[in-house]
Design a protein around this ligand. Structure first.
Ligand code: SAM
Length: 329
């Protein structure tokens, strides 16, 4: 189990729970024992248990209880158009590539794996709408947290979801109701949410709608996984891509290049993974996609972030009017 000193844990039962989570869901030991113990306490209270051996037996028997616990040990932190450079990459590289490869009538298949409360897949849907794919997109979004999935489907957001520098792009689709914003149905209807534990060996599969993806966002999820799970998930992500498809991970996520036959594309803000189409040259290339200023990084390991108001500056100019990027070399 973890290298954490056992003294950090109030009871050996917590360590047994963490071991079970590592074995069943591939999670790394938590970096903050105090927060993990609080989370385990909450999950045990919801399960009506205060006794570790009984709770452990229930966790073994009931997948829903394990899901409920996982929510306590991971963080559903997200916001609209997080890492705008990733969305620029989709606009300037993924979509033009797809048009060349699949023709102008192709229906784009996108997946947000570990979508939390939905800001990521809704941002993808808005990007595709901006780019004229309104009627030619299929956006899937999955998470292990059923609570996060229901928040995503309700699609009511506060200022904290809008703190990113490009959140203004959501404005045309948000309606203020009281202190929160409700997302317009025209965006909501374009995203299909579903439960999926990425650590399970149940995908890719048509049953989950997870196959043949043109673009996958799997950002800030792999950081929770141990090495064996990262390797298995990398292989399954590769298998979930269509030929010519792209995978975008988060800036702090572990590197996946060694675990599946991805082409790695280096940018000045990180690596993008590509599954080349047959006949497409396999290469490792550098593209200088401009990076976009990010909000200050907030560490939420053991404390809650301060809430910030809606960004007061006007939304950025329409991307269509931006200076075009240089062609790929
Ligand atoms: C930090 S959020 C990332 C949200 C979004 N991808 C982003 O980058 O803004 C991490 C999400 O991963 C989910 N998650 C953690 N372990 C998972 C697993 N085994 N399978 C699927 N989702 C998982 C959590 O429930 C949480 O919603």
């Amino acid at each position: 189990m973890s290298g954490d000193s056992p003294q950090a844990w109030r009871h050996p039962g917590y360590l047994a729970v963490i071991d079970l989570v590592a074995a069943r869901a591939g999670l790394l030991p938590p970096s903050c024992p105090a927060a993990a113990m609080e989370g385990i306490d909450r999950a045990m209270a919801r399960a009506g248990q205060s006794d570790f051996p009984t709770y452990l037996a229930q966790l073994e028997a009931d997948p829903a209880l394990l899901d409920d616990l996982l929510v306590e040990l991971t963080i559903g932190e997200t916001y609209f158009f997080r890492n705008p450079e990733h969305f620029q990459f989709v606009r300037h590289q993924v979509l033009p590539d797809l048009r060349r490869l699949r023709g102008p009538t192709h229906r784009v298949r996108a997946w947000s794996a570990g979508c939390a409360s939905g800001e990521e897949p809704y941002s993808l849907a808005v990007l595709l709408m901006e780019e004229g794919y309104g009627q030619r997109m299929e956006v899937r979004a999955t998470d292990v947290s059923r609570a996060a999935l229901s928040r995503a489907q309700v699609a009511r957001y506060g200022d904290w979801s809008l703190r990113g520098p490009e959140a203004g792009r959501m404005r045309p689709f948000l309606h203020l109701e009281g202190k929160r914003y409700t997302l317009d149905a025209q965006v909501r209807e374009r995203v299909h949410f579903g439960y999926l534990n990425l650590a399970d060996d149940t995908w890719p599969s048509p049953a989950h709608g997870i196959w043949g993806m043109d673009v996958i966002f799997c950002r800030n999820v792999l950081i929770y996984f141990n090495r064996a799970t990262i390797e298995a998930v990398a292989r399954r992500l590769h298998a979930s891509l269509a030929d010519g498809g792209f995978l975008i991970a988060g800036p702090s996520d572990p590197s996946l290049g060694a675990y599946a036959p991805f082409e790695t594309i280096l940018t000045d803000w990180g690596i993008v993974y590509h599954r080349p189409a047959p006949g497409e040259a396999h290469r490792t290339t550098f593209h200088s996609f401009p990076s976009v200023p990010r909000p200050r990084r907030v560490h939420r390991r053991c404390r809650l972030p301060r809430r910030r108001p809606w960004p007061s500056r006007p939304p950025p100019p329409s991307p269509r009017r931006r200076r075009p990027l240089p062609p790929r070399s």
